[in-house]
Ligand binder design. Sequence first.
Ligand code: ACM
Length: 384
Amino acid sequence: MYNKGPIKIGVLFSETGVTSMIGRSQFQGTLLAVEEINEGGGIDGRELVPIVYDAQSSPVLYASLAEQLIIQDKVNVIFGCYMSSSRKAVLPIVEKWDKLLFYPTLYEGFEFSSNIIYTGAAPNQNSVQLAEFMTSNFGASVYLIGSDYIYPYESNRIMSDLVLQRSNSQRIGEQYVPLNACQKDFTPIMKDIRNKSPDFIFSTVVGDSTANLYRAYAESGFNSKTMPIASLTTSESEISQMGVEIAIGHITAATYFQSINSLINKKFINSLYKKYNKECIPNLYVEAAYFQMHMYANAYRQAGSDEIGKLLPSLLGSEFIAPQGRVRIDPTNHHTSHYPRIGIANSKGQFTIVREANRPVQPDPYLVTHSLGDWAAVLSTVEL
Ligand code: ACM
């Protein structure tokens, strides 16, 4: 079938460790796209061959395996990383060897590397919309809870700044828990929340401890209708892990939800279910991992190479019709245009989409031009 040698690519997610549930999602999205590309004849008659390592949710391992992929396996491009701490660990490696990392995860922004393509949302594509929605519908006193690493610190800072633009706003608590926090680690925090009674909680807790936070909330008898947890990271996968009943009413801002009602999304979900025998939960991480691989392949076809100097001119400014809508890699900042959405977890383990941009929002990773009304012009709304 292939008339020329294979093209090797590095795939570096976590199949084990505290963030493995999402690491596996990203791996599944990656492999589905690779399969589709290869079924279509590969790239210029060459098979795409992933070299896969398990970074075990460890930033140190991410760095050493990235270097192994580059030096030993001789890949030009790596697809990988969930936690920002892992991206920060891989960044100096790809810069040192002048290779490229595709990063399919929302993150805290305030970064640019000419050796990274950022295909998850920047804060002006999720935090701004979430702050606007929460303060309009629940009030402007926020209690922040995060896992103990860079994304939560920075994302909480951004959320605080956004909320504090409102009148009568207050940041009434900010707490951090270990990445492997168990349910009882949240007990004193729930007591504090009861005493301080915020309008909403903003969670930047990631990984397996997400379920423990939402369970601790439910056991404390709080009501998601009046004081919900808002998040940028809690997806359909975390809901499945915590149990649907516990998630109902909580809110996530994301650029993709499984419940997007479009033909292309239905086709995407069917392909995932077919390949993984339903052992896959479509979520924002699967979607970004999937579309970034297709964008890479399209750019390779145009450039005839994935050496960074040749690939980037074809990749930057390129577009792709992704399950969330048409996305584009911004040539000036290497981030992606996205469709912000707000979803409320429902009794089916899905998100009911209540706000949705009807055209893409350009990435502004340094939050230079945003305001809380950013998406007013591009909004479609469902009555709450
Ligand atoms: C994250 O660490 N970027 C979720």
